[in-house]
Design a protein around this ligand. Structure first.
Ligand code: ADP
Ligand code: 5GP
Length: 197
């Protein structure tokens, strides 16, 4: 029995909910699961490296890649463009390797339309006050950007019913276990496997 084509996972949820933190803990525990590196027009944060955390592009470069059809999805979020380069994803999937996209909700909805087989996961906060405290506590955005991200979060949270799975990021260790369980359960689905018995 072997995997035919890799599984595409989409992990979304409001900014500051803990998507990056959860993935950084869960990815090292799973084989053959690649995290897609997105492109963005936002400024790098201290410590972020081009080609590792994001491909940092100018708005002109980003628009020209949109015109070239280089993105599987793209969206504007909080005043910047973000997009998923298609080519590396298809390469991994065709080799039977799984890929996870960590993207915001509009982009996730585009993937749901284009790739109906994708496993759609929403990471939610236990409550709105916790989300706000985490986003502020991260100290990566100015006050106006935090306010915009929180306003966006209210709309994003209404989209939860459109997802296959919701993981509430309350206690980090518990949420990590649940997210890992989702990846493992999805991998075991018959639709992702061919049988030679
Ligand atoms: P996202 O990638 O969704 O924008 P981050 O992973 O950057 O969010 O997390 C936002 C902040 O919340 C970070 O400072 C992170 O350390 C913290 N955080 C994440 N998950 C938890 C958790 N379960 N409990 C407490 N703090 C958390
Ligand atoms: P940040 O600026 O905090 O790194 O990211 C802001 C939001 O953009 C996050 O919710 C993040 O998941 C999302 N994001 C990152 N890469 C992409 C992408 O390629 N496409 C889309 N649609 N969203 C992305």
């Amino acid at each position: 029995m072997k995997e035919q084509k890799g599984t595409l996972f989409v992990l979304t949820g409001p900014s500051g909910v803990g998507k990056g933190t959860l993935l950084s803990h869960v990815l090292p525990q799973l084989d053959s699961l690649f995290l897609s590196v997105s492109a963005t027009t936002r400024e790098p944060r201290p410590g972020e490296q081009d080609g590792v955390h994001y491909y940092f592009l100018s708005p002109e470069q980003f628009r020209s890649r949109i015109e070239d059809g280089a993105f599987l999805e793209h969206a504007q979020f909080s005043g910047n463009y973000y997009g998923t380069p298609s080519a590396p994803i298809d390469e991994h999937l065709s080799r039977g390797e799984d890929v996870v996209l960590e993207i915001e909700v509009q982009g996730a909805m585009q993937i749901r339309e284009k790739r109906p087989d994708a496993a759609m996961i929403f990471v939610a906060p236990p409550d709105f006050a916790t989300l706000e405290a985490r986003l502020r506590g991260r100290q990566t955005e100015a006050e106006d950007a935090i306010a915009l991200r929180l306003e966006t979060a209210k709309h994003e949270l209404q989209q939860i019913p459109k997802f296959d799975y919701v993981v509430i990021n309350d206690d980090l260790t518990r949420a990590e276990e649940e997210l890992k369980a989702v990846f493992l359960a999805e991998r075991a689905r018959t639709m992702h496997r061919t049988f030679h018995i």
